[in-house]
Structure formats: C-alpha cells, structure tokens
Design a binder for this molecule. Structure first.
Ligand code: DP6
Length: 324
C-alpha cells in the first residue's frame, strides 16, 4: 500500500508583523504577530513515501527544486521521520493555486501544508499545535497558516521549540477583505529570512522596532476583536512602516518597495480622503495589500487598477485553516 498524505493550506497576511528572531536555530520570532488567513491563496501538497529514493525529492508546480525551500522541506521531513522512527525518504509535490506566478509568499501555506501531509504520510498522529510548531520551525509565518481566520503567534522564548500559533477569531468573525495589488511579477531579491537577519545585525533602528512591535500587535488584536477597522488599519500601517523603516536602516539597506509601490500607497491614501476606509500593508516585497470592509472591496480594486501601479489586483477574504 502506498503511504501517502495530502493537505491544503491558505497563505496569510500579517496585520501586525513578525520581523526578527529571538532564537535563530529554533526559528522563534522576536515579536508577536497577528495575521488573516486568505481564501484566495491556496497551496496543495502531497507527500508520498518511496523506499527507492536516497534523498527526499521536492517538486513545486511539477518542477524539481534544489534551493533553500527544498532544504527546509527536507529538514521538516527529517523531524517527522525522527518522530515516526522511519528512514524512508519521500516525494513532495506542491501545487500553488495563486492568482498568478506572482512572487507572493507561498512559503507560509507551503510549510503548513507540508507539515500536515508529511505527518499523515508517515502515520504520525500530530495535533494542530504540533503541526503549527513544525511549520514555525521552517518558516515562522507558516505556523499561522494551520488556522483559519485571525491568527496570532507570540514572541518565542529562546530554547522553547513548542511555540505554535492560536486562533484569535474565526473566518466569519468580521466581514473584511484584503485586496492584493501586485506591483510587479519579478521575484523578490532579498528573502524575508535574509532581510530580517540583516536588519537585526546591522540596523540601528532594530532595537526601536523590537520596542514598538508588541504595542502594534496589541492594538491590532484589540481592534480585530472589536471589529474596529480604523484601529486595526492605523496600527497595521504603523507596524508595516516601522518594520520597513528598520530594514531600510540596515547596511546595506534592505529595501522592498518599488516605484509602483508608492503609486499604490498614494492610491490608498486618496481612497481614505474620499471616505473609503482602506489601509495598506507590505511584506518582504513590493506588493501592496489593502485591508477594507467587504462592501468596499470592488471600489478599492477598481481604484488600484486605475492607479496604474498594479500588474494584477485580486480580492481575498478571510479563509479556512488546514484541510486534509
Ligand atoms: C514580512 O516567515 O518568511 O511576511 O521565519 O525566516 O521563514 P522565516 O520568515 P518568514 O517572514 C515573514 C515576514 C513578513 C511578516 C509576517 O508574515 O509576519
């Protein structure tokens, strides 16, 4: 009988950002973060045990991969094998159902789906918290993608490998959308991992980021629970710009925005001036994601398209957690 496991997980966008680590070996975040899991960005992963393999084979969208993502996938499978007491290697087939070949981060959904598919292929009965902790070890934002809706991940205590994410509110809690404006189709130059490590090593503003980030997180959390878009939006923008400011002050600068990013940010400000509550966030890339009420999502999309700053604009809603 083939030993196979499969799982689906959605990507997430942080409203309060994780940037920096308290323990690089265990990949623990230095600050708490809170995200929305998004229904429009889905990764499906199948793990199949194959005694004929000498090394795990990792395929993304049908293409064999050998870079950093493949190494992290092998490391995760290694941890699952240790738990299962198995020495058999596996084939990992991952398909991203993302709007385009977009440069949007797929590692969060990818590692969340891999943890679950790997555990079931190796017959390990792992609760969601353990899957979330495994996903976090590969990519901290991935810990949040095991869960649907609004999800938090605390800062990690150095040495505590058990850290996992938690649900703050489910996907039906609040009728918001995230409108995703892609500023370019190019792949990002500096990964979030390298960007945050460089920031921590060389940016004089990193200590200020560490001091401010927990406050932004609390504001976002309270705002989400109260369904207060203005409170969440303002704190989200503060978290976003403080994270990017700390990265920009690294030597050399870690810069993710592009010319089109500024066009999109201006567009969101002018939407607000017209009375539409819309707020921007950016991650380790030039794209702008806009938080707004579901009823305003089409108007926000149309304005972003008309701004000329986007190559593609999609609307996403709060989405589900892991499905197997
Ligand atoms: C800017 O989770 O990709 O998207 O743990 O090193 O893999 P690693 O980093 P990663 O960083 C995500 C950073 C962010 C903000 C966030 O998602 O919280």
């Amino acid at each position: 009988m083939t030993q196979q496991g499969r799982a689906r997980a959605c990507a997430n966008i942080a409203l309060a950002k994780y940037w920096g680590k308290s323990d690089e070996t265990l990949n623990l975040p230095a600050v708490p973060s809170l995200s929305i899991t998004l229904d429009a960005l889905v990764t499906e992963t199948v793990v199949t045990l194959d005694p004929g393999l000498f090394e795990d084979e990792v395929l993304f969208d049908g293409v064999v991969r050998s870079g950093d993502d493949a190494t992290r996938a092998r490391e995760m499978l290694g941890r699952i094998r240790e738990r299962a007491g198995s020495a058999v290697c596996a084939r990992v087939e991952t398909v991203n159902h993302f709007p385009t070949a977009s440069g949007l981060a797929s590692s969060a959904s990818g590692f969340a789906a891999l943890a679950a598919a790997g555990a079931s292929a190796y017959g390990v009965d792992a609760p969601l918290e353990l899957l979330s902790a495994w996903a976090r070890r590969s990519s901290a934002s991935a810990a949040r993608s095991l869960y649907g809706g609004f999800v938090e991940l605390s800062a990690g205590l150095p040495g505590d490998d058990s850290l996992s994410a938690r649900v703050v509110a489910d996907a039906h809690h609040w009728d918001v959308c995230v409108v995703i404006a892609l500023a370019s189709l190019e792949r990002k130059k500096t990964s979030s991992r390298d960007g945050m490590l460089e920031t921590a090593r060389t940016s004089p503003f990193y200590p200020a980021w560490l001091a401010c980030a927990p406050g932004y997180f609390l504001e976002v959390r309270e705002g989400v629970l109260a369904r207060d878009l203005e409170r969440v939006g303002e704190a989200m923008e503060a978290s976003t710009f403080a994270m990017h400011a700390s990265a920009l002050a690294a030597r050399p600068a870690v810069r993710y925005y592009a010319a089109a990013t500024a066009v999109l940010l201006d567009c969101v400000e002018s939407l607000r001036a017209r009375g539409i509550a819309a707020y921007s966030t950016m991650d380790a890339g030039p794209h702008v994601k806009v938080l707004c009420m579901a009823g305003d999502a089409l108007a926000v999309r149309d304005a972003l398209v008309a701004s000329g700053g986007a190559v593609d604009v999609r609307i996403a809603r709060p989405g589900p957690g892991l499905t197997r």
